[in-house]
Structure formats: structure tokens, C-alpha cells
Design a protein. Structure first.
Length: 425
């Protein structure tokens, strides 16, 4: 599906942010591992999160889906081995976290994870190496560190190290499976710790499901350690908060187009790293008012250039890139080298597509230098949901933008177009 974006004059109204994709993934997995029946309120049913849900069903959990809640009968850690290969499609979060979870199955059993062409290029070697130190038999079927991934049941525990500068999902993966290891698990994170807020989200979710852990930050630079003893997840009722990542497209539109809008279900005390989008648009010229559970934004649509390190919020790269494309002056994004290992190489592809709509852009190893004033053009989505939604927002401001292969926004925000139409005036 190609998408022609028409220019609008104003953003307004009041709307609820979609449920968090990151929290939905983690809540589905925690509930699947729990002993008893959990009720998850306001879950997100998107292509990515459904990949996790359906994989958990194959591993033995039972899910009853309703529009406003999901009732989950957990496995109490007694994971079964699926009859078939588990296909998680394009969901990197699913394959990475569930690769550790599959290791708690009976020792003689094997689970195989695969996905689409893009997912089969996602690096997994750091997680594979770290799990092997915990007694897990796991390997890439192609011996290249990428899916398909084969996991043999058996999670002994012990101590392992992992680099912090590749993917926080590797760290979350081990943390979520560790309670069902045979011995305590000590996970040492070495080097620069990127996307740390996502690990904090994982810790928040498992704690709500009854898991205790210890976290040690010593005076040694660039070192963190997590300690988790064998225990069971406990069933609970859990409310999934709104997603700052998905809401960032509404927020960006409200900043670059004259606006007065209220976005509900965004928590002021959220652990989501992408909450920084509010600070970014405020520094670029918008007015932001935050209450406990909602955000109000007003703007005249005139933005000024801004420099930002997005090390802890790499998913915001496409959104912030298009904001800077509309700003007066030259802006710099740094700290996002790890965004090259997402669904696509987002640093490189953002540079290409910004150039295609008339922006002067320089690609750096860890970011972009952007000089505003877009003219419009044709954008390739690279089958990346965040690229589609970010450039759609830019098109609302400039008009004259066509996005090729745009249907992939379903991955994280199935009703994206309906929501954007609702707030467009």
C-alpha cells in the first residue's frame, strides 16, 4: 500500500494514547510464566505484540482476548515444547526475550524461533554467548548469530556477562527467564548501557508479578549487576499504560503544526525513555503541560533547531528526525548507533529518506546532522513501521509526500491512520 499524505492546517481535540507495545510484550510474557490467572487491562494487540502472545500460547499459556483486557492462564514456569517452529514475524522483542524463556522448558526438548527476512538479519550472538554461560544450549541454525534460533531446554543459572551497548532486549531476556533457573542468576552488564529505561520497564513489570531482584551499581565506571534467585511469577491484575513511542507521532504533529491537543493515558511517572519527546518539543518551541495521566500541547508550528543525544530513546530517531527537518536551523542527533540494528538500519535509512524529501542531511556513525526546509517527495518505508508514521507526520505539515509500502504501521499502531485523522483539522 502506498500512502499519499495531504497537508493539514491544524491539530486539535482530545484523544487516548495507544497502549504501550513494550509493556504489552513484557506483561504477556510475565502473565504466561505466572502461577494462576492474570488480567491484563488495556493491552495492545498489534502485529508485534500478537507475535509474542501467540508464541506464549505455543509455549503452553492460555489467552482470552477482549478489546479492553486479556485474561491469561499462566504456566507456572512449566513451559511445553511446541509441535511447530515459532514464527514471530518481524518482532525482535519476541525472539530475543522468548529465546531465554524457552530454555526453562524440560531439558530434552528443543524450541525453534524464526521470522521474516528482516528478523532473520537481527543480531543475537551476544545473547547466545551470555546464555551459554548460564548452562543454556542455544545456537543460530545458520551459525551466523541470527535467527532461526534453536533453544534446548535447560537453564542452570550462575553468572554471566553481557555488553550493554548492543541491545537492552538481551538484558531483559535473561532477567525475565532467570526466576525459573535452577540456581541464582547474576547478570553483569559491561560497558555503555544503552536503552536502560527499557530494562527498568522490565524490572517494573516482573516486580508487579511478584519477582524479587537485587540491582548493584558500584563505583566502577560502566558496570551494573542484577541478581535474581529462583522463584515463581505470581498472577495479578495489571494495567498497561499508554505508549510514548506511539504517541510521539501525535506529539510531533502537535509541535510542527498549529495545535491545541490533549493526549490521555500518558503517565507523568512513566519509566519509558521515550517520554523525553515532551522535553524535546518544548525546547524546540512548543508549550507542554503535564498532569498525572495526560499531556496538553499547544504550538504555533514554528520550531527551532535542537541538538539531542537519543542513547536512551533510539526508537524516537525517525520522529525526532522529521521534527528537525521542520525546524529553523541545523540540528544534531547523536547516540543512536544501536538504531542501525532495529527493523532496519534507521540511521542510514532516515538519512536517505530525509534527502528524498529535500532535506540537507549528513549521516554520522552514531547519528544525523539535519538542516530543515523539506520540499516533499517519495519516501521508501523500508518496511519499517516507525519510518512510515514519522514521515506521515512530516507530510501533514508539508504535503506532497508519498510513502511506499506503508501498511507496516500495523506492527505497533494498527489504528494509526484513524487516530491521525481524528486529530487533524
Amino acid at each position: 500500500m502506498d500512502l499519499q499524505v495531504e497537508k493539514i492546517s491544524r491539530i486539535g481535540g482530545s484523544i487516548k494514547a495507544p497502549a504501550s507495545k513494550s509493556y504489552s510484550h513484557r506483561a504477556f510474557i510475565a502473565a504466561a510464566l505466572a502461577e494462576g490467572q492474570s488480567v491484563l487491562k488495556d493491552p495492545l494487540y498489534s502485529e508485534d505484540t500478537l507475535a509474542t502472545l501467540e508464541a506464549c500460547e505455543q509455549l503452553g499459556a492460555l489467552f482470552q482476548r477482549y478489546p479492553d483486557k486479556c485474561i491469561v492462564q499462566g504456566t507456572a514456569g512449566y513451559i511445553r515444547t511446541p509441535d511447530n517452529v515459532i514464527d514471530v514475524k518481524n518482532s525482535g522483542t519476541s525472539v530475543r526475550i522468548l529465546s531465554s524463556v524457552a530454555a526453562i522448558a524440560p531439558r530434552a526438548n528443543y524450541t525453534i524461533f524464526t521470522g521474516d527476512e528482516s528478523l532473520r538479519k537481527r543480531p543475537m550472538q551476544d545473547l547466545i554467548d551470555a546464555l551459554k554461560n548460564l548452562g543454556v544450549t542455544i545456537y543460530s541454525s545458520q551459525s551466523n548469530g541470527t535467527p532461526p534460533i534453536i533453544v534446548k531446554g535447560g537453564f542452570d543459572g550462575g553468572e554471566t556477562d553481557i555488553k550493554g551497548d548492543v541491545s537492552s532486549q538481551f538484558i531483559s531476556s535473561i532477567i525475565m527467564a532467570a526466576p525459573y533457573s535452577k540456581k541464582p542468576v547474576t547478570l553483569n552488564v559491561r560497558g555503555t548501557f544503552v536503552s536502560k529505561p527499557y530494562v527498568n520497564m522490565t524490572l517494573s513489570v516482573i516486580s508487579k508479578f511478584g519477582i524479587d531482584f537485587e540491582y548493584d551499581t558500584t563505583n566502577v565506571p560502566e558496570y551494573s549487576s542484577y541478581y535474581i534467585e529462583p522463584q515463581k511469577y505470581e498472577a495479578t491484575e495489571y494495567i498497561i499504560e499508554g505508549d510514548y513511542s506511539s504517541a510521539s507521532y501525535m506529539i510531533a504533529a502537535a509541535a510542527m503544526i498549529p495545535s491545541s491537543i490533549t493526549i490521555k493515558n500518558l503517565y507523568s511517572d512513566s519509566m519509558q525513555g521515550d517520554k523525553v519527546i515532551l522535553d524535546i518539543i518544548e525546547k524546540m518551541g512548543a508549550t507542554v503541560k503535564v498532569s498525572d495521566t495526560e499531556v496538553h500541547i499547544e504550538s504555533d508550528g514554528q520550531l527551532k533547531a535542537f541538538d539531542i543525544n537519543l542513547e536512551n530513546a533510539p526508537d524516537l530517531l525517525p520522529t525526532v528526525a522529521v521534527l528537525m527537518a521542520e525546524a529553523e536551523g541545523t540540528s544534531v542527533i547523536t547516540g543512536v548507533e544501536h538504531a542501525r540494528y532495529k527493523e532496519t538500519d534507521r540511521v542510514h535509512n532516515c538519512a536517505i529518506e530525509l534527502s528524498n524529501v529535500g532535506i540537507e542531511v549528513e549521516e554520522m556513525k552514531d547519528g544525523l546532522i539535519i538542516k530543515g526546509n523539506p520540499t516533499g517527495g517519495v519516501v521508501n518505508s523500508h518496511l519499517d513501521h516507525r519510518m512510515v508514521m514519522a514521515f506521515y507526520v512530516l507530510g501533514l505539515k508539508t504535503g506532497n509526500i508519498t510513502i511506499k509500502d506503508a501498511a507496516c504501521y500495523d506492527v505497533s499502531f494498527p489504528n494509526f491512520l484513524d487516530v491521525m485523522n481524528e486529530i487533524s483539522e
